[in-house]
Design a protein around this ligand. Structure first.
Ligand SMILES: [Fe+2]
Length: 560
């Protein structure tokens, strides 16, 4: 499939990297009847990449149906993020500016801005790439607000955001998304997300940008800069390119984002001390590169910044009343030890190896222990469930002692307080619904029918555009998983899309929505693929009859 075109395939860059030969052999292979294993929720069907070459409009711009591209001071749109009950982060960038400038901002409960709730000014300059990032405070909980910026007589697009609730909360809806390789297609998924009026927030678990040069990984759209990002200016240029994409702009304009990075915000398969796609001899010290990547991330994404020493700290908790705590992890840069060389590398069994670092692990356990929310949603990067057929050393499978410590913590649950943990994951460009259990294939330890032995559940989102693995692997998994990995309830390896996470007191549901095609401007229709839910107190996934209905009382979208 398309991955055969890619010059750089890592062991992590989707499962595709592990199956290049077998999937390449199936280029053009399609068809596939409805799954005989439908009861297990395994998808099959046409590979959209089979028609990719014919569709790809390399020089065409992204789909856009709301007027001409922006000009003037606010070409990179507006954004908001990290909602609290009384405040939210607001963001914009002053485009084409040469010297220091003061930008004014205002927030209103109505898109007409009849009454201003709060306002102010923000000074920006070249030292922060002319980005504007501020906390708007004094807001009411569970309220939709509209905001805009001004520079002289120029006014930004109107943004829309929403604060977190407090106290008793009936229902929450989030989108979980990840992995937007600009070079692999158009961000139709972001457009579909923007159109959903009833979301509380969009949770983006990383690979928001990709660092590659043009043609190195995907060839539908060219990059700026055309070379691989290494320096601060490179990463800034890459964010500018992304934020001129009208579909991504629209998703940011309509919803607050809650973001955390994965590897490609710095370099492929990064860890705390380096990356597979980092060559010190020609690209300089890793510490310099990761600081540059972190600075650009800090400038361009609307999250609440904290630092420890010179390290950007992204792990944090966002509270949504008594219903949900979002516990956000950095499994990538903070403290991760280097990936093992393969499934048989003895280093994998070293009990001291870490994915989180001692401080983040202690913090995670304290967040789970002290949470008063019913659902603890851990938002993180790499797949936590075991994939025993094809061990991915970049995922939690490559850090078994780290995973076991978390599972032991969840199992030690005397008051039931460590129940109702949901993990949401990105990174591998494919869709998965998993029970999380210590020994999935041991019938004495885990019963896939009743969920006995399951400690939590995991929903893995596919990429917005980044390519999955294809049909050959799917056939193997469909045959072998029911006996060897019965904790995996559903998977789809090649469709792009995202997950809608719908939460109420009785259950949490993850619903996968998949896109028909991301390689053509005309594509991007979405369809419901599958939905799975865990009932309160069960820590076990069962298939839902249908995706949860949208909210009837969704607030209006921001006017264009
Ligand atoms: Fe990715």
């Amino acid at each position: 499939m398309s991955d055969a075109h890619d010059k750089r395939l890592s062991r992590r860059e989707a499962l595709a990297g592990m199956f290049t030969v077998s999937t390449a052999a199936l280029v053009g292979c399609g068809g596939g009847d409805p799954s005989p294993d439908a009861a297990m929720g395994l998808d099959a069907g046409m590979d959209p990449d089979a028609t990719r070459e014919a569709d790809a409009g390399r020089d065409a711009g992204p789909e856009w149906d709301a007027g001409p591209p922006p000009t003037g001071a606010f070409q990179h749109g507006v954004a908001s993020g990290d909602p609290h009950a009384d405040s939210v982060i607001l963001w914009t960038c002053v485009s084409e500016q040469a010297g220091p400038v003061s930008v004014s901002w205002e927030v209103s409960a109505s898109p007409e801005f009849g009454a201003i709730v709060t306002n102010g000014t923000f000074d920006t300059d070249a030292s922060r790439d002319f980005t504007v990032k501020l906390e708007a405070s004094g807001l009411e909980p569970a309220t939709t607000y509209f905001y805009r910026f001004r520079l002289g007589d120029q006014v930004s697009p109107i943004g829309r955001t929403r604060t977190a609730p407090t106290g008793a909360v009936e229902r929450l809806r989030f989108v979980v998304c990840a992995c937007a390789s600009y070079a692999h297609g158009y961000f139709h998924g972001y457009r579909r997300i923007a159109e959903r009026a009833d979301l509380d927030a969009v949770i983006h678990v990383g690979d928001y940008i990709y660092e590659y040069g043009s043609g190195e990984y995907g060839d539908v759209r060219d990059y700026d800069p055309p070379h691989e990002c290494v320096s601060l200016e490179d990463y800034r240029r890459r964010y500018r390119l992304y934020r001129q994409d009208r579909d991504l702009q629209e998703a940011h304009r309509q919803h607050p984002f809650i973001t955390v990075w994965d590897d490609h915000e710095s370099a492929d398969n990064s860890w705390s001390g380096g990356a597979e796609n980092h060559q010190p001899a020609t690209e300089g010290a890793w510490a310099d590169r990761v600081q540059a990547a972190a600075q650009a991330y800090r400038e361009w994404l609307p999250f609440r910044e904290t630092a420890e020493g010179d390290r950007l700290r992204l792990f944090r908790t966002l509270r949504y009343g008594d219903l949900v705590d979002l516990v956000i992890l950095d499994t990538r840069i903070w403290a991760r030890d280097e990936q093992g060389a393969g499934a048989t590398d003895p280093v994998l069994m070293d009990p001291t190896r870490t994915l989180l670092g001692t401080d983040q692990e202690t913090w995670l356990f304290e967040q789970l222990r002290s949470s008063t929310a019913q659902w603890k949603v851990i938002c993180q990067q790499v797949m936590m469930a075991q994939l025993p057929l094809f061990l991915n050393t970049d995922a939690w499978d490559g850090y078994p002692a780290q995973r076991q410590r978390l599972f032991d913590f969840l199992a030690d649950n005397p008051t039931g307080a460590r129940s109702d943990v949901v993990v949401v994951t990105g990174d591998i460009h494919s869709s998965w619904a998993n029970d999380l259990t210590t020994a999935p294939a041991d019938p004495l330890a885990y019963d896939p029918e009743t969920g006995m032995g399951s400690l939590a559940v995991e929903f893995v989102t596919p990429g917005i555009t980044s390519p999955g693995a294809g049909m050959a692997l799917e056939d193997i998994l469909r045959r072998r998983l029911p006996t060897e990995a019965p904790h995996i309830k559903y998977f789809n390896l090649w469709r792009r899309g995202y997950v809608v996470l719908d939460v109420d007191a009785s259950r949490t549901q993850g619903a996968w929505f998949h896109l028909d095609d991301v390689t053509s401007v005309a594509g991007g229709a979405e369809s419901f693929a599958s939905a799975w839910e865990t009932a309160t107190g069960t820590n076990h996934l069962v298939e839902s009859d249908s995706p949860a209905a949208p909210r009837a009382d969704a607030p209006p979208l921001a006017p264009g």
